[in-house]
Design a protein around this ligand. Structure first.
Ligand code: ADP
Ligand code: MG
Length: 246
């Protein structure tokens, strides 16, 4: 039988940020390859500066690779059609502060060509799913970090993507908020949505990820099932080392 089209492929991705403004050219990602299968939850783990966000932006078609290529459901990441199938929670989601939670989702929905009752119902549904129904009428300016992350998740899910990409969804979120986000990811998994998530903490990925890739200095160091990786070595060393050049 024909193997299923991978949800995501990264083939020999290299990203060099050019020199400028007193900064030297910098290789953020170096010859990196990975595949995420449909329905899989894949975690990309590594310290700050290891190249996780750069890799995600390349997958999403937001950054042009210096070398290599990336695909989403078998099509080049640069095709708008493939990006519509994707929900993205960026590292620090930001919103129009004067809008409330519901208005934020309605605004985004219209950008995705949604509208009418279908959009309103879906927005309410996503606010309920992320535990924000009581905050729906409050201005985003008053939201906590955890609430902003959950609003970002609600937004990423609004247009029913087949793939969701979450960049450090639990960074700066308290333990209760982190558990809530973890439960949401487990829910996506049940629905068969493919998830690509980053974190600098392996522990947080243990329960949710089918497989993880561990990055350092822009390179893939290890890849596999979390339990196998933990059994092989002292993972904290890899994860806590700070590769940031600053
Ligand atoms: P991570 O998400 O793992 O923390 P990033 O992918 O954000 O890592 O960054 C990897 C490295 O690339 C960092 O050292 C960062 O400073 C550098 N970098 C990221 N974006 C840019 C950019 N636009 N210009 C120059 N350097 C960048
Ligand atoms: Mg990052």
């Amino acid at each position: 039988s024909v193997p299923p089209t991978p949800a995501v492929t990264v083939e020999n991705l290299t990203k060099v940020f050019k020199a400028g403004l007193g900064k030297k050219a910098f290789v953020a990602v170096r010859d990196l390859s990975l595949q995420v299968q449909p329905g899989e939850v894949y975690g990309l783990i590594g310290p700050n500066g290891s190249g996780k966000s750069t890799t995600m932006k390349a997958i999403l078609g937001l950054l042009a690779p210096t070398q290599g290529k990336t695909t989403i459901f078998g099509r080049s990441s640069t095709e708008v059609a493939s990006r519509r199938e994707v929900g993205f929670l960026p590292e620090n989601p930001y919103f129009y502060k004067h809008l409330n939670g519901l208005e934020t989702l309605l605004f985004y929905g219209r950008l995705c060509s949604m509208g009418g009752k279908e959009l309103k119902d879906r927005a309410r549904e996503m606010l309920a799913l992320t535990g924000l129904e009581d905050a729906a009428d409050r201005r985003v300016a008053g939201y906590s970090k955890g609430m902003l992350q959950r609003l970002g998740l609600a937004q990423a899910l609004l247009h029913r993507p087949r793939l969701i990409v979450l960049d450090e969804p639990t960074a700066g979120v308290d333990p209760a908020g982190s558990r809530k986000i973890r439960d949401l990811v487990l829910g996506f998994k049940k629905e068969g949505i493919t998830v690509l998530v980053t974190s600098h903490l392996l522990e947080q990925m243990q329960e949710v990820c089918d497989r993880v890739g561990i990055m350092a200095h822009g390179k893939m160091m290890r890849e596999g099932r979390v339990d196998d990786l933990i059994a092989v070595e002292n993972h904290t060393e890899i994860v806590l080392e700070d590769a940031s050049p600053e």
